[in-house]
Design a protein around this ligand. Structure first.
Ligand code: CP
Length: 306
């Protein structure tokens, strides 16, 4: 039995297989409409979500399976003090696979230690969000045709943005990747990622504060929301939240084939006028999330694979 707790739980080769399966699903979803007949997915969400929870549910329903779960800690027995370990022991008897989002870093990992069904980390605090990474990789692979030889701009809250942490971990495994990290001083990438992931692997990167200066270099611009829920101090959030706003005037500096990605939800960091730019790929990205999660469920449940 396998879990997905970190994007590194799958090798590059396994990730490639998952992406090819997801692309095949995207081309003809009806081929896979019964592969999870009789299987159940539990969505255990202790934090708010629209895309991750509902795309997991759509994925399982598209595969012919069923879903059950809760969408907030308040509506589960966590509100009465139940531990993640006890919850997953019980859910293991109700479902075949579980996706868990939790505000505490490491909670899905703890669940995996006590589970008899595959556990998927659907986002743990400011730590990791591996299924968003599979979604991001699928989007880049499908729209760019490659995961190598790319300059990727990461813009916004690089300190608390778990999607950025997971994406860096995944992309450094491909050749000729470089990063341009665009953030205010206070929201720079955590030191452990800079040292243990980028420096140790000799991955080229630079850290800057002005988005316009680096726009012409980028193949991908990955915008992120300032993570209000992870701030200790509302004043700091208010001061930093609108630091970067991508608008049509800034898009003029970008390559003609640059992709704009964003894990969503967005607040103000991408002006709605950018939505009609053909380089804006964030709503396609959300759709790719369903196909990536369908492929992941099939692989972890070992169903419908040749
Ligand atoms: N991208 C993402 O995780 O979105 P949700 O918080 O809506 O699930």
């Amino acid at each position: 039995m396998r879990h997905l707790i970190s994007p590194l739980d799958f090798s590059v080769e396994e990730t490639e297989k998952l992406l090819l399966l997801a692309e095949d699903i995207a081309n003809d979803p009806s081929k896979y409409s019964k592969v999870c007949d009789g299987k159940k997915l539990a969505t255990l969400f202790y934090e708010p979500s629209t895309r991750t929870r509902l795309s997991f549910e759509a994925a399982m329903l598209n595969l012919g399976g069923s879903v059950l779960g809760f969408s907030s800690a308040d509506s589960s027995s966590a509100a009465k003090g139940e531990s993640v370990a006890d919850t997953i022991r019980v859910i293991s008897g109700y479902a075949d696979i579980a996706a868990m989002r939790h505000p505490k870093e490491g909670a899905p990992y703890v669940a995996s230690l006590h589970s008899t069904i595959p556990v998927i980390n659907a986002g743990d605090g400011g730590h990791q969000h591996p299924t968003q990474t599979l979604t991001d990789l699928l989007t880049i692979h499908s729209l760019k045709g490659r995961l190598d030889h790319l300059t990727i701009g990461l813009c916004g809250d690089l300190k608390f943005g778990r999607t950025v942490h997971s994406l860096i971990n995944a992309l450094v495994r491909y050749p000729n990747i470089s990063f341009v990290m665009i953030s205010p001083e206070e929201l720079r990438i955590p030191t452990y990622i800079r040292k243990e992931v980028l420096d140790d692997k000799n991955v080229p990167y630079k850290e800057v504060e002005v988005l316009e200066d680096v726009m012409p270099e980028l193949d991908i611009l990955y915008m992120t929301r300032v993570q209000k829920e992870r701030f200790f101090n509302e004043e700091d959030y208010i001061r930093l939240k609108d630091r970067y706003i991508l608008d049509a005037s800034k898009m003029q500096y970008a390559k003609e084939d640059m992709l704009v990605l964003h894990p969503l939800p967005r607040v103000n960091e991408i002006s709605v006028e950018v939505d009609k730019d053909p380089r804006a790929a964030y709503f396609k990205q959300a759709q790719f999330g369903v196909y990536a999660r369908m492929a992941l469920i099939m692989i972890l449940l070992e169903v419908g694979l040749c």
